[in-house]
Design a protein around this ligand. Structure first.
Ligand code: FMN
Length: 198
């Protein structure tokens, strides 16, 4: 059964979604709670094998972003091999968080259903995050998925209060584009290069 959106409309939305870097967001323009709740509820309508609904979210706004920024920088110093540390990356961890009015830590909470492989629970969370980003794009709200390697560290899981078997799959930055900013363009290779017909 179809619904009121046309295929052209959903195609346009999917192709309109872009990663908007936090540097292009206005930190002074908050994302209102009702909008955030709609985005998060849309996330929960992602497919989920075994109905485990493994997605979990912690929303950082206002001052709580300072704690997140401090933690990301501290863990970068503590967990990255010194020879691999780059000052621009260190600075960006803080800047990204403070340039976006809203940052959502998104993790997979491993359920107790043994027959569901871990990767499928991660895949379900990835689908949930796509729902957030599509919903954001629909209203011109910028979104950006970042995945610094330190999200995978025990220290970060501990700080977030999640278990060994859970996986933090990303930080989603949300914010309204700065005044005068243009929505980015991107490109994809022709789909024919990705398809074979049996
Ligand atoms: C799982 C995942 C993790 C990502 N992590 C990062 C990241 O750490 N840093 C980054 O700059 N972009 C990250 N991205 C966003 C990609 O860079 C972006 O989607 C790509 O450049 C295509 O641009 P578009 O989203 O505007 O189409 C991530 C995307 C995915 C799917």
């Amino acid at each position: 059964m179809g619904m009121s959106l046309t295929l052209d409309q959903i195609s346009a939305l999917i192709r309109h979604r872009r990663s908007i870097k936090p540097a292009g967001m206005d930190p002074a323009k908050p994302v209102d709670r009702a909008t955030l709740m709609t985005l998060l509820e849309n996330a929960t309508w992602a497919p989920t094998h075994g109905m485990t609904e493994p997605w979990r979210f912690r929303v950082f706004e206002g001052l709580s972003r300072e704690g997140l920024a401090d933690t990301l920088q501290r863990l970068y110093r503590e967990t990255m091999p010194a020879a691999e540390q780059r000052e621009d990356k260190f600075a960006k961890l803080r800047d990204n968080v403070l340039q976006a009015p809203t940052v959502i830590a998104c993790w997979m909470q491993r359920g107790g259903v043994e027959k569901i492989p871990e990767v499928e629970e991660i895949e379900a969370v990835a689908c949930a995050l796509q729902n957030i980003m599509l919903s954001a794009s629909a209203i011109g709200l910028g979104s950006f998925w970042s995945s610094p390697p330190l999200l995978e560290t025990e220290a970060f899981r501990h700080w977030l209060g999640i278990r060994e078997q859970d996986r933090c799959v990303g930080l989603i930055y949300l914010g309204w584009p700065k005044d005068g900013a243009t929505w980015p363009v991107s490109a994809r290779r022709p789909v024919t290069e990705c398809v074979t017909w049996a």
